[in-house]
Design a protein. Structure first.
Length: 477
């Protein structure tokens, strides 16, 4: 192999699902060259991961697609339980809360996964990126300087490789990284996107049909004419063919087979949970379903995956663009693997009916207090906490101040003189002062690019030493 025959990039991302697309968008806005490859000829066509939790909406807003998500999605419908062809009454499956100053999104947002991916791809193209479809990874080699990926279209040499290629990850298998897990439910399940004739089924509710053979749900997908069908099979195996889906609906609901006018996509699966033993192998990182596989019941898989990307993106940016020590990348596994383990436990308990879809499912309470990048406390908050939204004091919201690939030194109700940052740090860290705000209390808070508090204090003491491992520094204090 001749060196000049190898395409070179800084980051190679394998898999153009929500995780890979989100990471590609984040790197693109940081000016980090990345190649995103996908073995399929097009984006995934199904609705599979349709629930977007409040925390993920905040992430997507920061990535520049908040308006598109708002336009094309909608609130989760209230459940309607059916039995023997009759409505039994409504049952809301979700915790709903009114938006607050600190938490602008109070309930889950529904949008089919294919739409989420389309929105992220459009954003990536706005940022100058693209997906190389019909491009599969066949093997990889790595050394102390980088990774050589062998693709069906030719070799690519990258400083780092990120596996976002799903639960059956080719990259993870090539690395021989084990996954530890269990079967959540022995009953296989079918999921499909269908269209229902005329007024055969209203779109006001998430319809849940109970029966001896297993439950069937039909959820209207906002912004489309479609329903997502999910069916449990206590006996037998799912038939994912068009006629099989129609027969299932006729057999187990009050609808006729002809009421299903189209079956746009269908698949079967067995609910399971699995967690990779490690999220990093040298210069290769596992993210999304390549690192953790969830039961769909908790609505955590896509959300945890996008937030993996959000955590890893800024760290790669600091190392590749701002001279941060490579050791910063160790914090990815240290922070994200415990979160993924917690979310796996939550989704399993929800699937088994042991826990409701409450506040924990919204992921607003997740943080990194015990993580290696969290230091100090001030006012009402501890480093590692999610940085709340609120009035910025200049007509904007705090999330407007935080939005973008930068850090923010937030000075709340304190008379402290802002420090001067050295060199490129002055562009990488934005300083914003605002009046005392109850959710924060008074103090100084360094907000990471992913919206978590990295450092907090009553004054700037200790800030300089905290910044150094991030590739940042002060001229004076």
């Amino acid at each position: 192999m001749e060196l000049n025959s190898v395409k070179e990039t800084e980051v190679l991302i394998v898999g153009a699902g929500p995780c890979g697309l989100a990471l590609a968008c984040d790197l693109a806005r940081r000016g980090v060259p990345a190649v995103l490859v996908e073995q399929a000829p097009a984006l995934f066509p199904g609705s599979r991961g349709k629930g977007i939790q409040p925390r993920t909406r905040e992430v997507l807003d920061d990535l520049g697609v908040g308006d598109a998500v708002r336009t094309h999605g909608g609130p989760a419908p209230v459940g309607m339980v059916w039995q023997d062809g009759r409505r039994q009454g409504e049952h809301d499956m979700f915790r709903r809360a009114a938006p607050t100053e600190a938490e602008p999104y109070g309930e889950p947002w529904m949008m089919p996964q294919w739409r989420t991916q389309e929105i992220l791809l459009a954003r990536l193209r706005e940022l100058g990126g693209e997906v190389a479809f019909s491009t599969a990874l066949t093997g990889l080699d790595q050394d102390t300087e980088g990774v050589t990926a062998h693709l069906t279209t030719g070799p690519v040499r990258a400083s780092y490789l990120v596996a976002a290629d799903g639960g059956r990850s080719t990259v993870r298998r090539a690395l021989a990284v084990p996954m530890t897990g269990e079967t959540v439910d022995p009953a296989p399940m079918l999921v499909a996107d269908v269209r229902v004739a005329g007024d055969a089924l209203d779109r006001l509710n998430w319809h849940v049909v109970m029966g001896d053979a297993g439950f069937v749900t039909l959820c209207p997908l906002p912004g489309t004419a479609d329903f997502q069908l999910v069916a449990q099979f206590k006996e037998g195996e799912p038939d994912t063919s068009v006629e099989g889906v129609r027969a299932l609906v006729a057999d187990r609901t009050h609808l006729d087979a002809d009421d299903i006018t189209e079956v746009l996509w269908s698949s079967d699966f067995r609910p399971r949970t699995a967690l990779a033993d490690r999220f990093r192998e040298g210069r290769v990182f596992l993210a999304g379903d390549a690192a953790h596989v969830h039961s769909p019941a908790g609505g955590q898989g896509l959300n945890t995956s996008v937030q993996d990307a959000y955590n890893l993106g800024w760290k790669l940016g600091q190392v590749l663009r701002h001279g941060a020590p490579v050791a910063l990348l160790d914090s990815y596994e240290a922070e994200r693997r415990p979160v993924a383990a917690d979310m796996l436990g939550l989704s399993t308990r929800i699937h088994r009916g042991e826990q409701e879809r409450g506040a924990a499912a919204q992921q607003l309470g997740l943080g990194y207090r015990e993580g290696p990048l969290s230091a100090g406390r001030a006012g009402a908050l501890v480093a590692g906490d999610r940085a709340p939204d609120g009035p910025a004091g200049d007509g904007r919201r705090l999330f407007d101040v935080f939005r973008g690939p930068h850090f923010t030194l937030l000075i709340v109700g304190a008379d402290t003189e802002p420090p001067a940052f050295d060199g490129s740090s002055s562009a990488a860290v934005h300083v914003h002062r605002t009046d005392a705000y109850g959710v924060y209390g008074k103090g100084l808070f360094l907000i990471r690019p992913d919206g978590y508090i990295g450092w907090a204090g009553e004054d700037v003491s200790g800030l300089g030493s905290y910044l150094a491992p991030l590739g940042l520094g002060l001229d004076r204090v």
